[in-house]
Design a protein around this ligand. Structure first.
Ligand SMILES: [Zn+2]
Length: 153
């Protein structure tokens, strides 16, 4: 890990461990936020698929005005769902997600596969990998900072 990457990672860790007004640290249960993060990832995946389908149909000239209206409505439905999910998570986690969304677009939350971050393809150290797999702790990639989630392989 380069010095720049390490300091970036430290900043993320530091920020995330700051006490927040909307969460009692002692009673904080990360599993709830983790569920929300999984849901956010599903919504982002759907948005990407919807966008790709839309682009494909549009470039083929296969869309009527009515089709476009339906797709936009669907898109907005997903985005509204996302906002209501984001309202449920800790403020600092929301800020991080939004920052990574700006940077990585629909790949702010990525799974770990084969011990590798699916955002930047850097190997996750075994100890952290074990934490991600066995606990509900919210973990970040030490290389790119993305939020990591475990997906059964
Ligand atoms: Zn990464």
């Amino acid at each position: 890990m380069t010095a720049a990457r390490a300091s970036h990672y430290d900043r993320v860790e530091e920020e995330f461990s700051l006490p927040t007004d909307n969460a009692d640290e002692k009673n904080y249960d990360p599993s709830r936020d983790l569920d929300v993060l999984r849901e956010l990832r599903n919504i982002d995946k759907s948005l990407v698929a919807l966008k790709a389908a839309f682009e494909k149909l549009r470039s083929a000239g296969d869309l009527t005005d009515d089709d476009i209206e339906v797709i936009i409505e669907e898109f907005e439905r997903f985005v509204t769902g996302k906002v209501s999910q984001l309202d449920k998570v800790r403020n600092d986690l929301r800020t991080l997600y939004e920052r990574y969304f700006e940077k990585y677009h629909y790949r702010a939350i990525v799974p770990v596969k084969g011990g590798v971050c699916q955002g930047c393809f850097v190997t996750i150290p075994p100890m952290r990998l074990d934490i991600i797999r066995r606990t509900d702790s919210i973990e970040f990639c030490e290389s790119c900072g993305r939020i990591l989630i475990w997906e059964d392989e």
